[in-house]
Design a protein around this ligand. Structure first.
Ligand code: PEP
Length: 253
């Protein structure tokens, strides 16, 4: 059975005090109500990872994740954080290839393949993001582009490695815009991704990969999106910063 996941991407938001309040409130509200097979992840800014992890304590339903890692193991890379460091702090997840990193930091498929590799090598689960910009969707090029993104950064992996990756389909035109993909658009693309994985790795492997939808998920649209057969949860930006709304999203799965 595929793991259901609701991950909150806090991006570069919240002071430390606000972050603690947010995490505590979600923990309190979710408490015993998170279904057994749902994993909740707070993808926090780097400085908050360890304290928020400590705050979560032995809560096995909620984990923390980083929003990025370096493609290098260590060395003279001022300002960077390595997967080795994350591993040494027992951080289980890391987002790789968010569209904001692709857009503002020039991260391309080849670099992201290295980040996926180094994350896996250090026992982290990469949450690999893919998705098309609006102009590509308007020209009907979204399927081809997303398949290419998946090929470039994941198809060098062995099946056993791929099974440790979580994929997030995030159409760029839906991120932070309030414009969500319809459940039909989301389902179509998730099925395309899964079929593409099946073509390379076989249906058994593809069936075990969690594919999350991201792009203006909120309390009002989560239920319909999560009901799609190939949507295994969400990567949530803006709405993950509001404890009540994020909790509603978690409960929608
Ligand atoms: C994201 O940052 O991955 C995201 C999907 O953001 P939002 O939910 O705000 O669109």
């Amino acid at each position: 059975m595929r793991q259901k996941i609701v991950a909150g991407n806090w991006k570069m938001n919240k002071t430390f005090e606000e972050a603690n309040i947010l995490a505590s409130e979600v923990m309190g509200m979710v408490a015993d109500e998170v279904k057994g097979n749902v994993k909740v992840i707070f993808c926090t800014p780097f400085p908050y990872l360890h304290p928020i992890k400590n705050l979560l304590g032995s809560n096995s339903r909620i984990s923390v994740g980083a929003q990025n890692c370096s493609e290098h193991e260590s060395g003279a890379y001022t300002g960077e954080t390595s997967a080795v460091m994350l591993k040494s702090m027992n951080i289980p997840y890391v987002i790789v290839g968010h569209s904001e990193r692709r857009q503002y930091f020039g991260e391309d498929g080849k670099l992201l393949a290295k980040k996926v590799d180094i994350a896996l090598k250090n026992g982290l689960t990469p949450i690999f993001c893919c998705g098309e910009p609006l102009d590509v969707r308007e020209k009907n090029g979204h399927e081809a582009l997303v398949k290419k993104q998946v090929e470039e950064s994941l198809f060098h992996l062995e099946a056993a490695q791929l099974e440790k990756v979580v994929i997030a389909y995030e159409p760029v035109w839906a991120i932070g815009t309030g414009k969500t993909a319809t459940s039909q658009q989301a389902q179509e693309m998730h099925a395309v991704i899964r079929k593409h994985l099946a073509g390379k790795y076989g249906a058994n492997v593809a069936d075990n990969i969690s594919i999350l939808y991201g792009g203006s998920v909120n309390a009002a649209n989560a239920k319909e999106l999560f009901a799609c057969p190939d949507v295994d949860g969400g990567l949530v930006g803006g709405a993950s910063l509001k404890s009540r709304e994020f909790t509603e999203i978690i409960k929608s799965i």
